[in-house]
Design a protein. Structure first.
Length: 225
């Protein structure tokens, strides 16, 4: 009968140190993952069945898995660094908008006694455009009727007067925009005029804080003044 030798021989610490590498306080997550993998692999090889040992394909497969995981981890770190750099650059660019006025989606217009600015976006243009300005009670105080308009953003200036010629009170108003094309209702979006007072950079991206107490993304800005 053939005697099978014991496989319980211990591997010297120096060999493990050479295989795993000595650890230090600055070891990163990738090095730790490699250390754990190599320790498990050496232990597995020590305790394998001598009558059915791992073949080269098995070892290569496990090494390939480690390489894939390590590569993905490094790629994630690179992407996180790149995203951080891009966000920092966007923050610097967005900061140049502080103090500028912008048109963003909305239906509010303010009057300081001499009127205020507002705008509309016409996706396909219109044969006729009407702007109805309403007070806090929802009552119409002024209707601005305009002729044919091309597609795109349109900036408007309200003179601050009501339909009867009186000056509207200083304050905030709502407006409603309607458009027609070929006798049918046409799409139109109201745009509010506001000033950028600061910006916020967080996990959701860069937000512009406006003087009307709203925040918008840079992609929401239709025009800058």
């Amino acid at each position: 009968m053939t005697t099978v030798q014991s496989t319980s021989n211990t591997v010297s610490q120096s060999l493990l140190d050479n295989v795993n590498g000595k650890k230090n306080a600055t070891t990163n997550s990738v090095d730790k993952a490699q250390d754990r993998f190599m320790t498990l692999l050496v232990t597995q090889m020590k305790n394998q069945d001598p009558l059915n040992p791992m073949d080269n394909a098995q070892v290569t497969s496990q090494m390939a898995q480690l390489s894939t995981v390590t590569g993905i981890d490094k790629l994630n770190n690179t992407l996180e660094s790149l995203i951080g750099s891009v966000q920092t650059g966007q923050s610097y660019q967005a900061s140049s908008m502080i103090g500028h006025n912008v048109l963003v989606s909305g239906n509010e217009v303010s009057s300081n006694g001499t009127g205020g600015y507002l705008g509309v976006n016409l996706p396909v243009g219109a044969d006729k455009l009407a702007i109805t300005i309403k007070d806090s009670a929802g009552s119409a105080i002024r209707t601005l009727t305009l002729g044919a308009q091309n597609a795109g953003n349109l900036s408007l200036n309200w003179d601050g007067k009501a339909d009867d010629g009186s000056v509207a009170k200083v304050g905030n108003y709502k407006f409603e925009a309607t458009a027609t094309s070929a006798g049918k209702s046409a799409a139109v979006e109201g745009l509010s005029y506001a000033q950028v007072v600061s910006l916020t950079n967080n996990a959701t991206g860069i937000k512009l804080n406006l003087n009307n107490e709203t925040s918008v993304s840079t992609s929401d800005v239709k025009e800058i003044y």
